[in-house]
Design a protein around this ligand. Sequence first.
Ligand code: MG
Length: 172
Amino acid sequence: MLIPKKVEAALNAHLTLEMAALYHYLAVASWCDSKGYEGSASFYYKQSAEEQTHFMKFFNYINQVGGHAEVPELKKPTSTFKSILETCKKSLEAEQKVTQSVYKLLDIAAKEKDHATQAFLNYFVDEQLEEEMQFSRLISKIELIGSGPQALYYIDKEIEKLATAQAGANTK
Ligand code: MG
């Protein structure tokens, strides 16, 4: 089976977004690490690793269906942040962009009657919903905890719990 050219081009364009997400999370993890937010750093390193698996799923799929996956060119990501809350807001924005791109890919695949690609993309529809919900919940929680003297400690612990929960889910 050969992938329609328009779908191949759109999937290649999407690779940039998955790799940009990897870069973003890695930059955030490093900022958290340098500030001593160990729990948050651990969570964001895991997010970054997860983006690599997303990237590779798209990359391998393109080649599997007779296309040619190309390594994208990327800009340096933002490397400093005002607060942990800001890192969550930027992450939600980045994930919303990825979601829009996945929806656009589905539209293109549908127009080209490419059912295989539509089936492939369904996993990412679920995945994106999860990612967006995770950051929305986190932002609400951080806003609830507030910015009192002990707030940062609790926020870092809350985010660490997410990293631990993910590690548990990955071993299932
Ligand atoms: Mg992703």
